[in-house]
Design a protein. Sequence first.
Length: 149
Amino acid sequence: MQSFVLREKQSSTPNAAVDRFKPPSTTHRAHIIIIMAAELKAAQVFKDLETRVTPDLIKQLGGVYQFDITKDGKTHQWTADLKNGKGSIAQGPAQKADCTITANDDDFTGMMTGKLNPQQLFMNGKLKVKGNMGLAMKLTKLQPPKSNL
């Protein structure tokens, strides 16, 4: 979990805008706002996937996936529409998913980066599939291409 700290310093100096991001000293009064942000690794996976949506991929998959990614007891949802129009990747639930995939953040990220085998995750109960199993079997087409190096 990453922590972000914003410190706002009450100051009348000309460099107040610059000073605002320096740690407050004991002589200055500071208001501190701490924002805890639990970043999902899956967010980067979906961002990368957006760049790989092509007409060919849409033709190969032809389905709407909903991904339910869990972390710290919360579920975060993404939709990969690889069926309609030019295709799209969006955060949020699908209106009508053909296939829903549920996994925790680490397992999903490992699977989508090619480090973990989706079939093994499924057999071990770490990957749940609801809906069209044929589309679930095509998940490896969503992985980034392997390097020939």
